[in-house]
Design a binder for this molecule. Structure first.
Ligand SMILES: NC(=O)c1ccc[n+]([C@@H]2O[C@H](COP(=O)([O-])OP(=O)(O)OC[C@H]3O[C@@H](n4cnc5c(N)ncnc54)[C@H](O)[C@@H]3O)[C@@H](O)[C@H]2O)c1
Length: 324
């Protein structure tokens, strides 16, 4: 089996690559900005050499994507390449190209080459804020009320996937992630929060967190997100075509408290929300019963364990001793 992972050098992607390589699988990383530091954080040079081929390529370059898939006899595509909310807001044209045209290109290339299995990353941001739903936990098949361009594009991509599934009998599954955190995170809103609240204190620097203390989020440690991707990729014809995936529910304040309990000298300031960004941060709880039932996937990492691991990986990479 050969896997191609778009965005495979990214935060979640590098952890998916690691898990596949640990299973002895050959992986093609297709990424337009392949950050080797992410991959080398999770893989030995020997494993990289033996199992991973990096192809610097853009998902909007349809010809290169088809050639790469064909030349490497790819069996399964994992599509994670995307730009994040803040970048999409700042540059809608880039967002439309990368997240919409790029995803259409991936599905179309898979159809053209007869690659039936595609697993891709949607997002909890297809949904509106919790106040728009009757249930406390937003059901898996609740209507979409995206509040920003990024969420709207992910919602459209779920429609696009349904089109390829219904018209061409393709086997496409989306995982709607939310608040995935861990080491190696650079891009997006979650990264901005984690950098200030976890990475900076881990390195003895102060953190000014761009999130309000009472925001309630489903903290998903990156190893759980990667495990869900690999589990989904290995099962064919799942009934549900888009699963909400979420870790443990905690307020931002609770996470800050855990960081302080591990690093008593941590200087963490939770900032009042910038009004211009308030629509992008929301309290959200998603019903994950579907992925539990169909894929038998449950997050394994508690928030305190995931935060401690993140702190210690950041410290290790920066030559500092682990904290207990
Ligand atoms: N991190 C989260 O909390 C979260 C939450 C919901 C959904 N997601 C989704 O999960 C996926 C992975 O996110 P991540 O956190 O690892 O982000 P990331 O930015 O770390 O990784 C994305 C990777 O895609 C690459 N990329 C971007 N545009 C590309 C293009 N046009 N062509 C080829 N490669 C391109 C980037 O270079 C990067 O390596 C994304 O689709 C994202 O929308 C993430």
């Amino acid at each position: 089996m050969t896997y191609l992972i778009t965005g495979g050098a990214g935060f979640i992607g590098s952890h998916v690559v690691r898990d596949l390589v640990q299973q002895g699988v050959k992986v093609i990383v297709y990424d337009n900005f392949p950050r080797r530091d992410n991959l080398s954080m999770v893989l030995s040079p020997e494993a990289m050499e033996k199992f991973v081929k990096i192809v610097p390529g853009d998902v909007t370059d349809y010809a290169l994507l088809v050639k790469t898939l064909k030349d490497n006899n790819v069996d399964i595509i994992i599509h994670l390449a995307a730009i994040m909310i803040l970048e999409f807001n700042a540059n809608p044209l880039l967002g439309v190209r990368a997240n919409l045209e790029g995803t259409a290109g991936v599905f179309e290339a898979a159809r053209f080459l007869g690659i039936k299995r595609v697993v891709w990353a949607s997002s909890g941001s297809v949904f509106g804020p919790g106040t728009m739903y009757e249930q406390e936990y937003i059901p898996n098949d609740a209507p979409h009320y995206p509040q920003n361009l990024y969420g709207g594009a992910k919602s459209f991509n779920e429609l696009l996937a349904a089109h390829y599934i219904n018209r061409y009998s393709m086997d496409i599954t989306a995982l709607r992630f939310v608040m995935v955190y861990g080491p190696g995170q650079v891009n997006g809103r979650t990264a901005a929060i984690i950098k200030q609240m976890v990475y900076n204190p881990a390195l003895g620097k102060p953190g000014k967190v761009p999130a309000a203390a009472d925001n309630v989020l489903g903290w998903t440690y990156v190893d759980d997100a990667a495990r869900a991707v690999v589990m989904a990729a290995k099962v064919s014809n799942l009934k549900t075509k888009a699963f909400s995936v979420m870790g443990r529910i905690h307020t931002v304040q609770e996470v800050a408290d855990v960081v302080r309990s591990i690093l008593p000298k941590a200087e963490i300031n939770l900032l009042p929300l910038d009004k211009s960004q308030s629509h992008t941060i929301m309290t959200c709880k998603y019903d994950t019963a579907r992925i539990e039932e169909e894929l038998v996937f449950y997050p394994a990492w508690t928030m305190p364990r995931g935060i401690k691991e993140t702190i210690n990986v950041v410290r290790r990479v920066n030559g500092l001793p682990a904290v207990s």
